[in-house]
Unconditional design. Structure first.
Length: 259
């Protein structure tokens, strides 16, 4: 289903490596039952070499709500596959382990691992503690280059909510290099926003700007790059929510090949 572009943007902002080829210039809207997803985003530049990789940057946002006004279902897992025309570069880029920022505020985390930042943004959520009405909350979102895991790159997504409960998130997201149609697979297992038994929570908003230029071994590098070998960049995603909703599909976006 091509309309999954909106949910892809949401998961991409969470996963950090969304700067690869998913972004489109126009906003999109998806309604599945009571669930409503709205998103917009884009990557620059859109003109890319046909054979070599060039640096790109991504920014996007997504909002999750319901037609009924009830709390949206919670996202439990996002699995995203990226086109072979996208590439990550982490060689020589400092990393930040989840333990280093596990108890830190966003400001402290950014100071502690400044050299490993690959993206920044915000998240919004709704939290309902037992016996209390829902309350909006939010946090700065920071995306760090994580430590290698089993030979693969990782991303650490960090955020902290302070009301109505204090919860810090430092989620390690493996980015598996693969063969075949897609170059990478990122898997995000989303922890509960509040502990079970205390209340419920759901994400309602994410926005992120992703991209990093750096030097390693005397060479200029870019955290994310892309090429335009066939004038199309494709991303596939599967998103599972706690109410049983599953969104599975691909989105294709055109690019312009430089001669």
């Amino acid at each position: 289903m091509k309309t999954t572009a909106t949910s892809l943007l949401m998961a991409i902002a969470l996963c950090a490596i969304a700067a690869l080829p998913i972004a489109g210039a126009n906003g999109a809207l998806v309604q599945i039952g009571d669930l409503v997803l709205e998103a917009d985003g884009g990557f620059t530049p859109q003109k890319l070499p046909r054979r070599t990789f060039a640096p790109i940057d991504f920014k996007g946002h997504a909002d999750l709500s319901t037609r009924s006004g009830a709390m949206p279902p919670a996202l439990q897992q996002a699995v995203i596959d990226f086109d072979r025309d996208g590439r990550m570069s982490t060689g020589g880029l400092p990393s930040c382990s989840p333990d280093r920022v596990a108890d830190a505020s966003p400001e402290v985390a950014r100071q502690a691992c400044a050299a490993a930042i690959v993206g920044t943004g915000r998240i919004g959520a709704v939290v309902a503690l037992a016996g209390q009405p829902p309350e909006a909350t939010g946090s700065l979102l920071t995306l760090f280059n994580g430590p290698p895991q089993d030979g693969h790159a990782t991303v650490v997504a960090h955020a902290q909510i302070t009301n109505p409960v204090l919860r810090t998130f430092a989620i390690l997201i493996p980015v598996e290099r693969r063969r075949g149609r897609f170059r990478y697979r990122a898997t995000l297992n989303v922890p509960p926003i509040v502990p079970e038994g205390i209340g419920t929570g759901a994400l309602t908003h994410v926005d992120a700007k992703i991209g990093r230029r750096y030097r390693a071994n005397g060479k200029r590098r870019s955290y994310v790059s892309a090429r335009c070998s066939d004038n199309v960049l494709e991303t596939h995603g599967r998103f599972t929510f706690n109410d049983g909703t599953v969104i599975d599909g691909s989105v294709m976006k055109g690019c312009f090949a430089l001669r």
